[in-house]
Design a protein around this ligand. Structure first.
Ligand SMILES: *Cc1c(COP(=O)(O)O)cnc(C)c1O
Ligand code: SF4
Length: 527
């Protein structure tokens, strides 16, 4: 919106960009040769189109041609019989046609080259993304072949495949079964067999089908199949976070107004990089009603709490009746204003997201906003099926947010992370956080990525992908600590120098006048 529109449009004048452009086109003394028949015909044709049409594009094209002739071959417009007055009037016409009075000079010498430079930044990404980080939608044909093979080997009916109980009943929890379903080097199989005595493995048949055959260190495989390093690394145990942050049964609290209820220790699939690995996936436990009551009592008694995150484990592993009850209890507490459900199920068993669950979520969302917080680490985890479950969740809840973990070999490059963020946004999910993989769990030291690498990746997104597809970069260390790089270069005499993250260009940014800011005599108080 330009507030000067009305005032300025009465008498358009040429701006400095256009004057400079017109000057650049004029001859500078040297002999003008003959541009030749072909170029003259082209100039005539462009001039005719620019003069006739009430469009900006033919004018831009004419000036582009003339500027090219002048720069490359030293032919000025006069060589084509085009007079300076004609060009001036076409420049004015361009400005009059354009709704925002953009001048031909500004468009041709500033905006178009700037756009060209910006295009170069994303072109390498566009070339690499589908090869380096294919989505499950792009891989769907192979995934369907995997599904057919897995269904046959596990003797699963379509009904089993398409239901949550069917997927859980046939979950892959032994190395013997796994080795029948995917390619595993024999030495790896022996090592995995060892590790799974210590760490639980469970892949849903659906999640197993996302593993690409013949790909060593497939990113879905890395997230779900424990490897020998988990035992080799486990030397230095650091006490689980829960002990110092759990003020009440099932509750974790870092902040005065937000708490989590760890409503279950079960997940549909057990992640190799799980932050709660000390509590999750050792043994399934059904928690008693008393435990939930104590957690709810803690929330009830603490009026500061306004946001409750139901997590686990995985909130969607809870039976519908249990979720329904828990959400009702929370909605009845006056000071609880918003809720979240933490779940990976839409990517590990999207079949769980059925109408009954969606009805429960919508019912609670109608009382007070409810967000679904998920964890997707690669574009490969977005398939037509998971995308559809997110689409339905996003229709029935306030919003769906993603918390990714930055993991070596899984998503630790610009192309992979950009692709992840764009793909999930296209699947109705908003990128929310990227966690630097924690030091607290030595089991997954081999997945850790240096803090600075993550900063480069996150910072590279600014200006190149949609702002609301850029997550915040976070260290979890007894609460979430932002890790973003500062783009303030210097500050002097109330003047900032800021850096554009996408090309390093530094710009001057005068700050608000501190004296003026202090004054309370402003606007209507001035009368
Ligand atoms: C992540 C987390 C929260 C929520 O933090 P937000 O920054 O509000 O997303 C709250 N409590 C605990 C214990 C958490 O781990
Ligand atoms: S879904 Fe979450 S809680 Fe469950 S194993 Fe994965 S990271 Fe851990």
């Amino acid at each position: 919106m330009n507030y000067n529109d009305g005032a300025a449009s009465s008498e358009p004048a040429l701006d400095n960009y256009t004057r400079t452009l017109l000057e650049a086109l004029q001859p500078s003394g040297e002999q003008i040769g003959d541009p030749g028949e072909e170029a003259r015909l082209r100039a005539d044709e462009l001039l005719a189109r620019a003069s006739e049409a009430e469009l900006t594009e033919p004018i831009v094209e004419l000036f582009t041609f003339l500027l090219h002739c002048r720069r490359q071959h030293r032919f000025s417009p006069e060589a084509f019989g085009i007079r300076p007055e004609t060009l001036e009037s076409l420049a004015l016409k361009h400005q009059q046609i354009d709704e925002h009075m953009v001048s031909i000079g500004g468009r041709l010498t500033q905006a178009l080259p700037i756009a060209g430079e910006a295009n170069n930044r994303v072109d390498s990404y566009l070339k690499e993304k589908d090869e380096a980080a294919p989505s499950g939608i792009e891989l769907w044909e192979t995934i369907l072949e995997n599904q057919a093979r897995i269904k046959r080997k596990l003797k699963m009916s379509d009904e089993d495949w398409n239901s949550f109980p069917g997927q859980i009943r046939h979950a892959v929890d032994s190395i013997e079964t796994l080795a029948e379903l995917i390619d595993l080097p024999p030495a790896a199989a022996a090592s995995v067999a060892q590790v799974t005595k210590e760490y639980r493995m469970r892949l849903t048949p659906y999640y197993t089908s996302l593993i690409m055959p013949g790909r060593l260190n497939d990113p879905v495989m890395l997230q779900s199949i424990p490897t020998g390093e988990m035992i080799d690394n486990a030397g230095i145990e650091i006490p689980p976070v829960a002990a110092d942050h759990s003020p009440a049964r099932l509750i974790d609290q870092f902040y005065p107004r937000v708490v989590t209820i760890k409503a279950t220790n079960m997940c549909a699939m057990y992640c190799t990089h799980c932050l709660r690995i000390a509590h999750i996936g050792r043994k399934d436990k059904i928690y008693s009603r008393e435990a939930y009551r104590e957690a709810l009592d803690y929330i009830r008694a603490n009026e500061r709490i306004r946001d409750v995150l139901v997590t686990g484990g995985d909130a969607f592993v809870l039976p519908n009746s249990m979720l329904d009850w828990l959400l009702e209890q929370l909605d009845e507490i006056d000071h609880v204003k918003v809720k979240r459900l933490g779940t990976r199920v839409p990517v590990t068993v999207p079949m769980r997201v059925n109408d009954e669950l969606l009805d429960i979520i919508e019912k609670s969302n109608d009382r007070k906003p409810i967000r679904v917080v998920t964890q997707i680490n690669t574009a490969q985890e977005i398939t037509p099926v998971s995308r559809d479950s997110f689409r339905r969740l996003s229709k029935r809840s306030f919003t769906v947010l993603n918390q990714a973990v930055l993991l070596k070999g899984i998503n630790d490059s610009r192309v992979k992370m950009w692709k992840l963020c764009e793909t999930i946004q296209e699947a109705y999910v908003r990128p929310y956080y990227i966690f630097n993989c924690s030091y607290r769990n030595p089991q997954f030291t081999h997945f850790r990525v240096p803090l600075e690498v993550g900063r480069d990746i996150v910072e590279s997104m600014y200006g190149n992908i949609s702002g609301d597809a850029i997550p915040r970069y976070i260290a979890t260390a007894g609460g979430k600590i932002p890790l973003h790089r500062s783009n303030v270069v210097t500050e002097e005499n109330n003047n900032y120098t800021l850096r554009k993250p996408w090309n390093g260009e530094e710009v001057n940014y005068p700050d608000a006048d501190p004296e003026l800011y202090k004054s309370d005599q402003f606007c209507f108080r001035k009368y």
